[in-house]
Design a protein around this ligand. Structure first.
Ligand code: ZN
Length: 195
């Protein structure tokens, strides 16, 4: 009795499509793979705050955004007003930071400069620092003078007061200091002429 030939175990079945599937090989194209997103231009390192940084800043020319630190009025300009006190062996450097409106800034410049002319001289180094301090105050003073009249403050602005050179401390101190400076110059000139 003839038995039919057993099926060929292990034989590869006939593949009607030719190429067998390559098991284990990496798929050339995975439709579910995450596509590599290119980094957006202009945002390095994926800065999450970039959107905020790109918003236009409410900055306007001519210091329109500043309000006076003392009275709250506008317009105001930033600036640091300086003063100096000489105390023979010690000295103090004073400063007041703005922004200030026109009237408050002018008042503070005049007050601190007048006090510097009164209190500033009393020390060896202070003899040089005092006139420098008054000169340096001319920078914020000119910035305050360019501002318009202050409006919208929560209190009245400071009274600018008299100009520096009409104030008694300046006159009382500046006159003898000018005489002393003149005499020193005279002594130098005389000493140079007679040597
Ligand atoms: Zn003010």
């Amino acid at each position: 009795m003839a038995t039919p030939p057993p099926p060929q175990q292990g034989a590869a079945p006939h593949n009607p499509y030719g190429t067998p599937p390559q098991q284990g090989a990496a798929p050339q194209h995975n439709p579910y793979a995450m596509p590599q997103q290119p980094q957006p231009q202009g945002v390095p390192y994926g800065n999450p705050y970039a959107a905020y940084q790109q918003q236009p800043q409410p900055r306007q020319p001519h210091q329109a955004g500043y309000a006076c630190r003392f009275c709250g009025a506008q317009p105001a300009a930033p600036g640091t007003v300086r003063g100096h006190q000489g105390m023979v062996l010690m000295m103090r450097f004073l400063s007041t930071h703005g922004p200030f409106c026109r009237d408050c800034g002018t008042s503070i410049v005049r007050d601190m400069s007048a006090k510097t002319l009164w209190q500033g001289w009393w020390g060896p180094a202070s003899l040089f620092i005092t006139p420098l301090t008054v000169l340096v105050n001319l920078v914020p003073r000119s910035a305050f003078r360019k501002l318009g009249p202050p409006v919208g403050g929560f209190r009245p602005p400071l009274d600018p007061g008299k100009p520096l050179w009409q104030r008694p401390p300046a006159l009382i101190i500046a006159t003898p200091m000018a005489l002393i400076a003149l005499s020193i110059v005279a002594l130098i000139v005389i000493g140079a002429a007679t040597s």
